[in-house]
Write a protein of this length. Sequence first.
Length: 414
Amino acid sequence: MSEPSTIFISAGEASGEHYGALLVEELKRQLKANGQSARFVGMGGARMVDAGLERVVRSEDMAVMGITEVVRHLPRIYREFRRLKSAIRAQRPDIAVLIDFPDIHFKLAEEFHHLGIPVIFFVSPQLWAWKKHRIKLVQQYVDKMLVIFPFEEQFYREHGVEAEFVGHPLADLPLPTVGREQFAHENDLDPTSCWIGLLPGSRAKEIRDNLPEMLAAAQILLLRAPKATNSCRSLEFLLPLAPTLRTAQRKMVQALLNEHGKGLPVRLVTDARAALLHARASIVASGTATVEAALIGNPFVVVYRVSPVTYQIAKRVVDVPFVAMANLIAGKLVVPELIQSAFTAVNIVQQIEPLLPDGTPRESMMKELAQIRGLLNARQTSPGEQLGNAISRVATITLEQLSASLLVHETVQS
């Protein structure tokens, strides 16, 4: 590695782009420690550019959600994809790291494979749940799959794919430092109240689908609070809003609050992790927020609802025993799941009320969540020997694969 190598890194969505920026920084740090350097090219957002990526395509130009949106933007997506392929052929990077975003990245992996460039895939698509036929693409075009959930490693190895569990990047984050009193002051909350988190999702459609039922449950909880538990004689509700919501979407949230949450002490907050840390318990829509709640140790109930047609299709193609990632990781029902028709205000209240007072239900769930948190941390190779956090493991594995590939190339040339 006497001359700077070229490392291709690509991420298409917000969480992956965040991981990509951290990865570029960590690769630069590890390379510098060994007196080396590299160029970083690929697809990403502003954070990856700030970290040092020479961007070929903007990730926001490729990350389109929904069938109608994809169809409308197909010409642009194809144009940007062709630009990526041209850059790959022209620059011939020494290794590629593709982060999540399978619809685009599996196609790129095929291109790299044909060019003889090793491919590392970080953050597995959920092939173990559905679209298992795509495992053939991984078998053919991916040299190493780096996964963030422990059960994924076995799935891939059983299908002949070299895989390694590196830990979940969210598990490496320290707990929010803001104290309860400060959080209360910043968000106009009563610090003596019990706070309940309402996390309906980060996208506008999720909020429209989930928030009204959550608010209906909040109305019931507010009426029952003095009778339900000595721990919560008064309640306030925390509704974190993703910073990515546009002005029109924020107005939509306010309209839902006006219609379904009249008279409710609901506070809009900006820090979801701090809300989970200080909430007594939470109602969480299935998604990344359930992993955050589990890692922070906040007792919660998972809710999930899609259209009847989508649900019937999903029942036929999705092959998992649980919806919540916390339950999949634990291999058992740790947090209640209220799915489809079971997602009602009355059922939410029935499941969350036992979690509010001190006692066996609350303590048992918090103990289970602590075990899940341990499972998502980086493993130990032997007692006392830590593998490091998830991003540092990805960087180390990338550089190991890069060195091995360059050694093979030099051997062949000589």
